[in-house]
Design a protein around this ligand. Structure first.
Ligand SMILES: Nc1ncnc2c1ncn2[C@@H]1O[C@H](COP(=O)(O)OP(=O)(O)OP(=O)(O)O)[C@@H](O)[C@H]1O
Ligand SMILES: [Mg+2]
Length: 400
């Protein structure tokens, strides 16, 4: 089929042609946003799931809905090497400047800017690009608020002041954080404490975030708050019917059809993982010469899809690992199964179980593995074990 009109869209955060099987989550997002806008309480949400299941795509939807409903919206992606204040402050500042620019002067928005300035000075987040605006508005740092140096305390003060400024304007704020597992423990707990204050003061601010399953273990001592403040919708593989729709609907819109055998083969090969469905749909479309797409087309497409995934989806993650980290993952692959005990991995590596701790922690920090239960390990990237197996095949082939 003509690749120019191929509807499928494999890629990180790329909008799928059909957002299949997420109706319930989408409906809940709508209700939550509407309640927050009306000043009612609603819990924030953290979408939890493996790589490529569609978390970012859902956060994009949250942003669209929030914008439609008139929310002031902030979207950041947490990063291993950047602190939360550095990432968030410029956005909070934009929100305040916007609130301040609404018709009448808002003392609360200006107070927000003063508090933000004192917070920024303590946490060394550079705001220099916008310094001129502060001068123009006559904003001086407000000494004594959000500048104690204790992130938990100060961030809560800052966020409350910002949310109060929004409330004074009849506005609401939707804060979106992707890859939230990269926040440091202190940052995450500061965020949780801040949201706790926001909800206690019934202020119009909601958080939507997404992260790998390891986020569930990271809330640390703020955990009990986290459980009351957040829902943690699990985002996973699609049900068979939804997976079928994800392939059939975008194609049918262009009068291209799939035989039942072709669909069955795609569902089986992809394990119904959203990213893989897009990749298989894409390759099957380009492979087939005429509609309907058959199981034979899918078979050819499968080889192409795997090659593509190996070069992108899997490869980018693999290349970030050290030799020892790779050895650890190969050991997991050799142990086999869905989850592997740390002891078994150590045995496989021929070392003492106590010695693999640091390696395991660094793989968890890099988001390559997570611990589904104490002492267990699992890949965060679906079908990663098969990718590793192909690597051994290739290297064996090259060396022989
Ligand atoms: N419900 C869905 N139906 C069909 N395709 C989907 C669905 N959700 C996501 N996709 C597709 O899956 C791919 C991955 O989506 P996305 O990048 O949002 O995943 P993710 O969970 O954020 O992954 P990562 O953890 O790697 O960031 C994209 O190509 C997207 O178009
Ligand atoms: Mg993502």
């Amino acid at each position: 089929m003509d690749p120019l009109i191929n509807p499928f869209s494999p890629g990180a955060g790329t909008q799928p042609p059909e957002l299949a099987g997420r109706e319930d989550v989408l409906a809940e997002i709508q209700v939550t946003l509407e309640r927050i806008r009306r000043g009612a309480f609603s819990r924030s949400s953290i979408f939890v799931g493996l790589r490529g299941v569609g978390k970012t795509v859902l956060l994009n939807r949250v942003r669209d809905y929030a914008v439609e409903k008139g929310f002031l919206t902030i979207f950041i992606e947490a990063h291993e090497e950047k602190s939360m204040p550095v990432l968030l402050l410029p956005h909070l500042r934009k929100v305040l400047i916007k609130l301040n620019s609404y018709e009448q002067i808002s003392e609360l928005a200006r107070r927000g800017l003063r508090v933000l300035k004192s917070f920024a000075s303590v946490f060394k987040a550079k705001l220099s690009l916008n310094e001129a605006i502060d001068v123009e508005l006559g904003i001086e740092a407000e000494a004594g608020t959000a500048d104690s140096g204790d992130l938990e305390h100060d961030f809560a003060e800052l966020l409350v002041v910002v949310a109060e400024a929004a409330k004074a304007r009849n506005a609401a704020i939707c804060m979106i954080i992707d890859e939230i597992q990269y926040l440091r423990e202190t940052e995450l707990s500061a965020l949780i404490m801040a949201l706790h204050q926001v909800s206690q003061n019934r202020l119009p601010l909601v958080l939507y975030a997404a992260g790998l399953p390891l986020i569930l273990g990271l809330a640390g001592r703020s955990k009990s708050y986290a459980e009351r403040l957040f829902t943690f919708p699990g985002i996973g593989v699609l049900e068979a019917e939804a997976a079928r729709q994800a392939i059939e609907r975008p194609a049918a819109a262009q009068r291209v059809f799939f035989t039942p055998e072709a669909i069955a083969a795609i569902l089986e090969k992809t394990g119904r993982y959203p990213y893989f469905l897009q990749q298989w749909g894409y390759e099957a479309w380009n492979t087939a010469l005429i509609s309907p797409v058959t199981a034979v087309d899918v078979e050819i497409a499968t080889a192409r899809a795997i090659r593509q995934l190996d070069e992108s989806f899997f490869r980018v993650r693999y290349d970030r690992l050290t030799k020892r980290e790779k050895d650890f993952l190969f050991a997991m692959m050799c142990v086999g199964g869905e989850q592997q005990r740390s002891g078994e991995i150590a045995d496989q590596l021929g070392v003492k179980p106590t010695s693999i701790g640091p390696l395991r922690s660094s793989l968890i920090r890099k988001g390559m593995i997570y611990s589904p239960a104490h002492g267990d390990n699992a890949f965060t990237v679906p079908l990663f074990d098969e990718f590793l197996r192909r690597q051994t095949g290739i290297s064996a082939g090259v060396s022989s």
